[in-house]
Design a protein around this ligand. Structure first.
Ligand code: NI
Length: 265
């Protein structure tokens, strides 16, 4: 069994009727001015067709997603824009649910397993086939911090052997990225992105930002501040503090190439 992923980029422009599709890598449709840019990430589970080597041909995914999903978003966003109405989080959840229903069963022998709406590169909302009634919301934050990877039980030589240049006794710094994913029932209102951001900022980012992790935070006197342990620290800081929504996952990027996700287990 394979899971095939495909991202479909499109733009809704309520100001003009003409839509052009010149570069699918950028967005299709798109035109030359401002628009609401959105991405749908589709994951499709299925077996590989021995004749084609595909689970589903991505050209078909693009065609089906655009045919089904684009009108759902285009009509609602345009109508709201023209009548001066905001399109809030609950309405986006509704549109994502409608899109899921429109795409289900459209990929021959393969099955839609996950659908994400990327509102921008830092915020996304996801539904999946395992818990269809839940919506996952993910948002990225940043902080800068210094750390040193060092274990007092090791000799100096053993520390450098285990941690390499990260054992530099005077420390070094990173610009970290944190992605926090929470889940809440799709039909239930009350989730506020602003409220969520404030909690993450107050309970996590302000605690870590511009700190020397080894020196300033007691947690890291007992735990080496690796990306794995920072993920546990972040989970512990946030669990139980998010009101009615449930923490699902925390991912810490130390660099673009080094990251770790923690699910609390
Ligand atoms: Ni480091």
């Amino acid at each position: 069994m394979h899971i095939l992923g495909r991202q479909v980029r499109f733009s809704v422009k309520p100001f003009a009727s003409e839509q052009r599709a010149d570069n699918v890598y950028v967005s299709t449709p798109i035109n030359e001015g401002l628009s609401f840019y959105l991405e749908l990430s589709v994951k499709i589970k299925g077996s590989v067709n021995p004749d084609t080597g595909f689970v589903v041909n991505v050209v078909d995914i693009d065609r089906i997603v655009l045919k089904e999903a684009f009108p759902i978003f285009s009509k609602r966003l345009s109508d709201n824009f023209k009548s001066g109405r905001d399109t809030g989080y609950s309405e986006l959840v509704e549109l994502l649910g409608l899109t899921w229903c429109a795409l289900s069963g459209r990929f021959d022998g393969a099955r839609l397993s996950e659908l994400s709406l990327n509102l921008n590169p830092f915020r996304k909302m996801t539904i999946d086939s395992k818990e269809f009634e839940m919506v996952y919301y993910s948002e990225k934050f940043e902080f800068s911090a210094a750390h040193k990877l060092w274990n007092d039980k090791f000799s100096k030589e053993e520390n450098f052997e285990a941690f390499g240049k990260c054992a530099n006794p005077n420390g070094h710094g990173h610009n970290y990225t944190v992605e926090v994913t929470v889940k809440s029932p799709a039909g239930k209102g009350g989730f506020s992105i602003g409220g969520f951001e404030k909690i993450v900022d107050d309970e996590l980012i302000k605690i870590l930002d511009h700190k020397n992790l080894n020196e300033d935070l007691e947690f890291f006197t007992k735990a080496i501040p690796t990306v794995e342990n920072i993920a546990i620290f972040a989970w512990d800081r946030l669990i139980g503090r998010l009101d009615q929504i449930k923490l699902h996952c925390v991912t810490i990027w130390e660099t673009e190439r080094t990251y770790c996700s923690y699910y609390g287990l």
